[in-house]
Write a protein that binds this ligand. Structure first.
Ligand code: AMP
Ligand code: ZN
Length: 137
């Protein structure tokens, strides 16, 4: 299903032009218009799903294969030093476009001032560990 009000549905299905790196039956991979780094790309399913929870299993599996394929070409071709594969769900997680997408972000040594994907490590307490483990009986 496509969502008429969704910009990524329009881009993924070719109704709005984009710098397309890769396309198959299920996905289009485009260059991000507000890139974190050179080659920052977005993997967009052609079918609308707001986030990872809504994405059908088959597309979720295929998306990772596309990430591997396109990520490998970017990494080799741009001679980058690393590659982050990032996927945000929900506003609190930084999602701004509510059509599932995976970011491929090539990383270059010394770019951490421009690309910020780190966090302050906390400490795993017994209480929290028990709470989360209980979710997976
Ligand atoms: P997120 O914050 O994970 O929802 O990521 C949304 C990404 O989409 C951001 O990196 C934006 O720069 C990018 N973006 C938004 N609109 C467009 C567009 N029309 N074409 C390409 N990238 C876009
Ligand atoms: Zn959509």
């Amino acid at each position: 299903m496509r969502d008429d009000n969704c910009i990524f549905c329009k881009i993924a299905n070719g109704e709005i032009p984009s710098a397309t790196l890769y396309e198959d039956e299920d996905f289009r991979v485009i260059l991000d218009l507000g890139p974190a780094s050179k080659g920052h790309a977005l993997i967009l399913p052609k079918e609308h799903a707001a986030n990872l929870y809504e994405l059908p299993d088959e597309l979720a599996a295929k998306a990772m294969v596309v990430a591997k394929k396109v990520g490998s070409v970017l990494a080799k071709g741009l001679n980058c030093d690393g590659l982050n594969v990032v996927q945000n769900n929900g506003e609190a997680a930084g999602q701004t476009v509510f059509h599932f997408h995976i970011h491929l972000i090539p990383r270059f040594k010394g770019d951490e001032k421009q690309v910020k994907l780190t966090w302050e490590p906390g400490k795993l307490t017994d209480e929290v560990k028990e709470e989360v483990l209980k979710l997976f009986p």
